[in-house]
Design a binder for this molecule. Structure first.
Ligand SMILES: Nc1ncnc2c1ncn2[C@@H]1O[C@H](COP(=O)(O)OP(=O)(O)O)[C@@H](O)[C@H]1O
Ligand SMILES: Cc1cn([C@H]2C[C@H](O)[C@@H](COP(=O)(O)O)O2)c(=O)[nH]c1=O
Ligand SMILES: [Zn+2]
Length: 197
């Protein structure tokens, strides 16, 4: 489990920022882990702002909601740059579904962290083809802490790192749940892809 780093006495007067990335497949617990960290920050009376891409309205217009129905209020935004203004004056910034944001998100997160903000970003590391998703590799590169979480393969029960798409669509972006996707291990993902290629 991720434990918040303690800032030593020498730095207590000075606000220090950093970047945390939570990545993995669909159903791996990224959103639950993001909400857990943000709730702990709120308990510590830190000022928290949470953002999600405006396109992700699957469960709720505004809340970030996990597949297990845990939820936290957020601000839907269209562009990563929107965070710069909205996050001013806060201690912690949380971002869900980061894979859907434009490439500018990396620079924005670096800017916020350089200005003393703890930035926690959750997102899919791979798309339905098993390829790196959008800005996630760049975000992992600039992060101090990267946590990869795993789902359970619905085919064999092993740990799952892949999001297998059942729906017939080749669009990179296709919002969905268990109706369109399955968490799968490498072996079961490759087996499923054989039938598609
Ligand atoms: N195949 C699966 N493996 C693990 N958890 C699953 C699976 N299918 C559904 N879940 C549920 O999804 C929850 C995690 O949801 P969430 O945090 O929203 O994941 P993510 O944001 O990574 O998609 C789990 O606690 C569990 O209740
Ligand atoms: C693999 C993959 C997923 N998506 C969509 C499907 C869901 O709406 C989100 C992921 O949500 P989660 O919180 O991680 O479960 O992304 C997509 O658009 N394209 C893909 O390749
Ligand atoms: Zn499997």
């Amino acid at each position: 489990m991720f434990i918040e780093p303690r800032v030593g006495n020498r730095h207590q007067a000075q606000k220090r920022g950093w970047i945390e990335v939570i990545c993995g497949s669909m159903f791996s617990g990224k959103t639950e882990e993001l909400i857990r960290r943000l709730n702990r920050a709120k308990i510590a009376r830190q000022r928290v702002e949470i953002f999600k891409p405006a396109i992700d309205t699957r469960y709720h217009e505004e809340d970030v909601v996990s597949h297990n129905a845990t939820a936290i209020r957020s601000t839907p935004i269209q562009f990563a740059n929107d965070m710069l203004l909205l996050a001013s004056g806060c201690d912690v910034v949380g971002v869900d579904e980061a894979q859907f944001f434009d490439e500018a998100i990396t620079e924005v997160c670096v800017h916020l962290a350089n200005n003393g903000i703890r930035v926690i970003v959750a997102g899919l590391d791979m798309d339905y083809l098993g390829k790196p998703f959008g800005p996630m590799p760049a975000l992992m590169g600039v992060a101090e802490y990267v946590t990869k979480v795993h789902a359970v393969c619905v085919q064999c029960g092993d740990i799952a790192s892949y999001s297998f798409r059942n729906a017939v669509s080749q669009e990179k972006v296709l919002l969905g749940e268990t109706d369109s996707y399955e968490a799968r291990c490498r072996h079961c993902f490759m087996e499923g892809m054989k039938g598609k290629l």
